[in-house]
Ligand binder design. Sequence first.
Ligand code: Z2T
Length: 798
Amino acid sequence: MARDDPPKSGIRDAILWHLTYTLGKDPDHAQLFDWRLALSHAVRDRIVDRWMESARATRRAGARRVYYLSMEFLIGRLLQDNIVNLQLADETQAAVDSFGLDYRALLLDEPDAALGNGGLGRLAACFMESLATIGCPAHGYGIRYEHGLFRQSFAAGRQVEAPEDWLVQPFVWQFERPEARFTLGFGGHVATHQGKPVWEPESFVQSEAFDVPVIGWPGNWANTLRLWAGRAVDPFDLSRFNAGDFTAAAEAEALARTISRVLYPQDSTEKGKRLRLTQEYFFSAASIRDILRRFEGEHGDLRLLPRKVAIQLNDTHPAIAGPELLRILHDERGLPFDEALDITRACVNYTNHTLLPEALESWGEGLFSDLLPRHLQIIERIDAADARAHPDRRGGARDQGRVRMGELAFMLSNRVNGVSALHTGLMKTTVFADRHRLHPDRIVNQTNGVTPRRWLLGCNPRLSRLICETIGRGWIADLEQLQRLEPHVADDGWLGRFAAAKAANKADLCDWTLREHGVALAPDAIFDVQIKRIHEYKRQHLNILEAIALWQAMRDDPGAGWPTRVKIFAGKAAPGYVLAKQIIRLINDVAAVVNADPATNERLQILYLPNYNVTLAERLIPAADLSEQISTAGKEASGTGNMKFALNGAPTIGTLDGANVEIRERVGAENFFLFGLTAEEAEARRLVPDHAGRAIAADPRLARAIEAIRSGSFSPDEPDRYGDIVANLTGADYFLVCSDFADYWRAQRQVDRAYADRDGWARMAARNLARSGWFSSDRAIRGYMQDIWGAQSLLGRE
Ligand code: Z2T
């Protein structure tokens, strides 16, 4: 093998070459880890040419670029995704086999990049992949957290958090860009020079860029995900070192690195912490500078900015990018304020992901002016302009000593979007009702989607093979083609193969739970799966209450012909969310009792898998029979797990919430197990005095299940362990668990009956697959390109 010639043709030679010359390992002594890195380098090489060609094509076309700003990119493992999108799967597997290695094990050796909490971060990752598949010139901007979302384990049923450490291993997919640094100011005050305000920051931090190429299917286009890390301007103070103060000498660097040290683990809540605002400004300001640097290098006249730049704010976390852009245009480039405001608004758009009041960001003005004094002044001026334009407006961006980021983002955006039809409608009537009245065209809907490359082709090879054998490969980039499966659903031979794929996926999962967790699952059972962050509004406690009631009913009437069910849970609770953590413990406590009961454990099993992440989702979803999407109507903005299950042939049991509504419309009401109050009914029910008490009084099953928890059936050593949960359920029950219980029970029994007819169930599952094509993130991204960004594909003239 030639040292100067990294092979481009065969992946097998390329792996050996990198093992030798990049990693310095003798193949005879290489570990799985070394092989995985060598393979990753070989795959990376095959992305780079496309990547550079995509950048060149974008410059040549002078095309409008999309900038997706997000605090979170929950990208997970990248090796398999890249192999799949480059269409290298077969060749790579053969090469890895020839070395006597296990291909799956090699892929799984990569740590999950958990740079996100849940849906919002995973959506950003799916969107990056779809942007590349479509060939839309785009950059993602985020933070290169040294520690991603914490690792979760259980100790006696309770969640224990441990730091996540993905960067301890070399991250092969990144390219460090030490030259692309920006110096960012914090704090200080606003001085006046020649009658003009000038921000004089007190301290400075540098942003260092790390670029991750994102290759689309089938390998024709690649965009960049640029992640920022904090660095000190002067990393080392020699005079302090010489004076003997060794720790202080490196203090500046330690402080600067703190900014990108750790991902905040809150999903849908805001804590108003200073470091969080620092993170938000840090990555927003670095990204804005990068965007302007690129624009000014290619164009020049700042008035052209809106024609060349579309900025998307993924929730309000990067909303400070608006005032930052305005500040640079006005303070530094000298444009009149109103013109700078118009340009900013023509570039910026905002996606809202929640209506939960506790998740809407607001910052105390004290903290804000402490950190960003000039930005606060600019926000005051934006607010004043808005008040002048709309004398009848109700509230502004500043309210009772706080800066409200939702209002600010709305004012500075050309388009504001919700993430499902229901959610967008509620935005117009609730949080943004007044804004919507003033700007009736600003709010638009873009229902979420998921990438079929990762969430079907990559994670479910058996089903993908069947689909390809049936309708070819067009569906991979045009998911609506799944409709062509529909005629085959009536064909018993085909249906048998469809059911066999699901059965084999379930058998794989059984092998894995036995190997990794020592749990033997019944492979014939209904695999009933609820996997997502733990939150009261997502109502994992409704699910476990139903499990308790089911267990009690089985004990009462063992001969009633109960189908076998395995209830699988997974998900993390925010470390400070006490009630969510109690729900985790309750599920684990119930599981211990129920699984140990010889009277029922042939028929009912409960399993809570620790450390839910992207990889675990990729394992569980292909093996699921039933998708639990049971949030209180009006509370889940969209959901995206719901789409992944449907796409993998698992019907939903769910409420009319978020995108469930649209899933049901598309897969058909007869292939969806609907229950529960509507969003409107839920609002009305909350006004009924003692609605929980009434529901409990009306339903002996519910009363008995709650009583079992209350009396300590699942915590005999500490009977009042779940006093808070019980008090919550029997008291205010804001999330209407009790009110929805009876209908949930009814829908679950409907599932039991439907599952008993195995062919009928398979047909229902297959129709979920065939009718889920619309939920591709390709469709969602095309919607953003058309309705929001005015961006075009540069691949083969779409
Ligand atoms: C998040 O994952 C979501 C909303 C948030 O609001 C924050 C986070 Cl970290 C600030 C989720 C929604 O809960 C979910 O319904 C939606 O599908 C997802 O964002 C993507 O839009």
